[in-house]
Each structure stands twice: as structure tokens, then as C-alpha cells.
Design a protein around this ligand. Structure first.
Ligand code: ATP
Length: 353
């Protein structure tokens, strides 16, 4: 079996009394695009800095391709980092910036030229080597930073909120490019962001970090559709949370009694324990269909138009908890209107309370 590209082995980090990371263990497979996602203060940057060697963990080990690098200084590690502020040298040309790391590693000038040209070509800036960095746009500068980090052929590329300074449209475009470049070079990428849409757009695997611990990790689809915790259900997109109690459990099916009715959902649980059911707003429908269960009468409390859909706030009769449904563009309701929502119990996710 080949070693993982990166292995975090029970990494803890304390700053005085503050625990930034609490025994984090994580294996990053070779060639993966891993995104560390979480709210501010969750520990993402600290974990990335430990991988880059900029911080030494209070406890735990870090291995890159099977080698223990916990004590190794950043310059000796087979990693490079792309920062949000690009950190380019303003007095150098684009080519000079990209060549810098090769020069520091003692690569001969004759070899540097073609490698710099190839790296710039890869990020779509093949004709800019002689230009000054300040003549270029933010998006172009970020691509140069990427070329500069990739040209030295690191085992792992670290990206610390690399698209954070770009406007939304450019950010979305750069996400697609970043993903395409990663596929082309096949290098393992570890990317930090607090933007859940960015994480879903680029990651093979998302690691949700909250309060120094891993809340959830897996492919974006799994994390979105089957979140492992209440935190993930509400941090990655919106969810309606419905309190319930397990009435029966048998062969992977659980009967949960809630104020909205009894639902048979997939999962494992102990009878008579308190649970929460999570339901995405797009899994509530105004129309019935085979397999769908009706909820009681509801009243629309607010509506918002988002171009592709409407977000509709409502309350079920006799219930205090506000709920949200995402309805098709052409289904328009007004506040105060009465309607009945339906759901497919297979869309309910069983969570521990
Ligand atoms: P953000 O998205 O805001 O950058 P993050 O998830 O990257 O957040 P970290 O920067 O890793 O979070 O911080 C994790 C926790 O550790 C926070 O509570 C932070 O205040 C604390 N912390 C980080 N660096 C230091 C430091 N040098 N000294 C003291 N506390 C620190």
C-alpha cells in the first residue's frame, strides 16, 4: 500500500489556554483536492500552517508520503503555499517571480527557463514572463502565485484562502481553473476556505473543522446530502431541524415521532432516545408525488426571489418553529397564503441531538 500524501496524526495545538486543534487525525490521499472548511476560528489556518512547517504542533505528528516532518523547517518540506495576498516580489518580472523558487533550490539557469515557461503556460499566462507584476490584474497575479508554487513540483500544494481577495465572478471562474489545473498536474492540494460554495465546487473531499475538531469529512455530495452532525447540516447550506424521539428501530430503518408526524427514516438509533431530523429546504414540495408524505396545513410567512428559485418561509399550524422551503422559480406564493407541504422521508437525515 502506498503512503498517504499527508497524515495528520493526533495533532493538537494550544496557544496559552486556547486549544486551536484538539487531536486532529486526518489522512489525505495522493492526488486529492482536499478543502478544509469551517467557520472563523475553527482551526483551518492553524492546521495548514502546521502542514507547511510555519507552526510546530503542541502534540502529534505529521507525515508527508510516510516521512515524519514534524520537526522539519518549511524550506526543507516538499510543500509550497499560495497565500491570499499573492506575496509576489514587486521589483521582479513575472518570470523572475516564478523562477525564484527554482533558483533557491539551485536549479541551473538553462533548466529554469523552460520550466518557468511551462508553469506560466499551465496557468494560461504564457506570454507574460517579461511583464511586471503590478501591471497585471488580481486574478492574473493569483495565477502567477500558483505557477510559482507549482514550478518547484511540490508533493503537496497548500492554498490559504487563495481566492478571498477576488470579486465573486472572478472567484467562481478561478475555482473552475484551479480544479482543472489540479486535475492536470495531479499534485495533492490542501485548500483552506470558509466559503461552502467554493468548497463544494472544487473539493474531492471536504473536511469540516469546528472548534478545533473534525465535524465531518467526505465527498461534497455526501456531506451536503447526508451530513454527519447537526453543525454540518446547518453550516453547509440551510437545513430545517425537527426534534423527535425514536419509537422503533429495525434493520437500518428508524421510526421517529415528531410534532409533524411519524417518519420512517434510514439509519441506526436506540429506541426511546431523542434525535433530530434534518431536511434541506429543496426537499419540501408544494405538490404530492408517490412516496411523499403530507405535513399539516401551513401558512407562508415570507418569500424571497433568488433568480433560480424562491425561498419561502412558513409555519405549520400549531407549531412555533419557522421552516424554509425552496420552491421552483414559477411557483409564486404570498405571505399569509395557506398551503400544504410534502416531503419524501428518504430525504430526512437522522442526527443525534
Ligand atoms: P479564519 O477563517 O478566521 O482564519 P481559522 O479556522 O483559520 O479561522 P485559526 O486561525 O486556525 O482558525 O484559529 C483557530 C483558533 O486559534 C482561534 O480561536 C484563534 O483565535 C486561535 N489562534 C490562532 N493563532 C493564534 C496565535 N498565534 N495566538 C493565539 N491564538 C491563536
Amino acid at each position: 500500500m502506498t503512503a498517504a500524501a499527508v497524515e495528520f496524526d493526533r495533532i493538537s495545538m494550544r496557544f496559552g489556554a486556547k486549544t486551536a486543534l484538539d487531536e486532529v487525525s486526518l489522512s489525505v490521499p495522493e492526488g486529492a483536492f482536499v478543502v478544509l472548511l469551517g467557520p472563523s476560528g475553527g482551526g483551518k489556518t492553524t492546521l495548514l500552517n502546521i502542514l507547511g512547517g510555519f507552526l510546530e504542533p503542541t502534540a502529534g505528528r505529521i507525515l508527508i508520503k510516510g516521512e515524519d516532518v514534524t520537526q522539519m523547517p518549511p524550506a526543507k518540506r516538499p510543500t509550497t503555499t499560495v497565500f491570499q495576498d499573492y506575496a509576489l516580489f514587486p521589483h521582479m518580472t513575472v518570470g523572475g517571480n516564478v523562477a525564484f523558487g527554482l533558483k533557491m533550490r539551485g536549479i541551473a539557469k538553462a533548466e529554469r527557463g523552460p520550466r518557468v515557461a511551462a508553469a506560466l503556460e499551465m496557468v494560461g499566462l504564457g506570454d507574460t514572463a517579461a511583464r511586471r507584476t503590478h501591471e497585471l490584474s488580481g486574478g492574473q497575479r493569483q495565477r502567477i502565485a500558483l505557477a510559482r508554487s507549482l514550478v518547484v513540483e511540490p508533493s503537496v500544494l497548500l492554498l490559504d484562502e487563495p481566492l478571498g481577495a477576488l470579486d465573486l465572478k472572478l472567484r467562481r471562474q478561478m475555482q473552475d481553473e484551479l480544479k482543472a489545473i489540479q486535475r492536470r498536474v495531479g499534485t495533492t492540494f490542501v485548500h483552506v476556505t470558509h466559503d461552502q460554495d467554493e468548497a463544494m465546487a472544487i473539493a474531492d473531499r471536504i473536511v469540516v473543522l469546528n472548534q478545533g475538531r473534525i465535524e465531518d469529512m467526505g465527498p461534497p455530495e455526501r456531506i451536503y446530502l447526508r451530513p454527519a452532525s447537526r453543525f454540518t447540516a446547518t453550516f453547509m447550506g440551510e437545513s430545517n431541524l425537527i426534534d423527535g424521539r425514536v419509537r422503533a428501530a429495525d434493520h437500518g430503518k428508524v421510526a421517529v415521532e415528531t410534532a409533524l408526524g411519524i417518519f420512517s427514516v434510514s439509519g441506526e438509533a436506540t429506541p426511546d432516545t431523542a434525535v433530530v431530523l434534518s431536511l434541506r429546504p429543496e426537499h419540501l414540495h408544494s405538490e404530492t408525488a408517490p412516496g411523499r408524505q403530507a405535513l399539516g396545513p401551513a401558512e407562508v410567512t415570507e418569500t424571497g426571489f433568488f433568480g433560480t428559485h424562491h425561498l419561502c418561509g412558513f409555519r405549520l399550524a400549531g407549531q412555533d418553529t419557522p421552516m424554509k422551503a425552496r420552491l421552483p422559480q414559477k411557483e409564486i406564493y404570498r405571505s399569509g397564503q395557506a398551503l400544504t407541504f410534502h416531503l419524501d422521508p428518504d430525504d430526512l437525515v437522522l442526527l443525534k441531538r
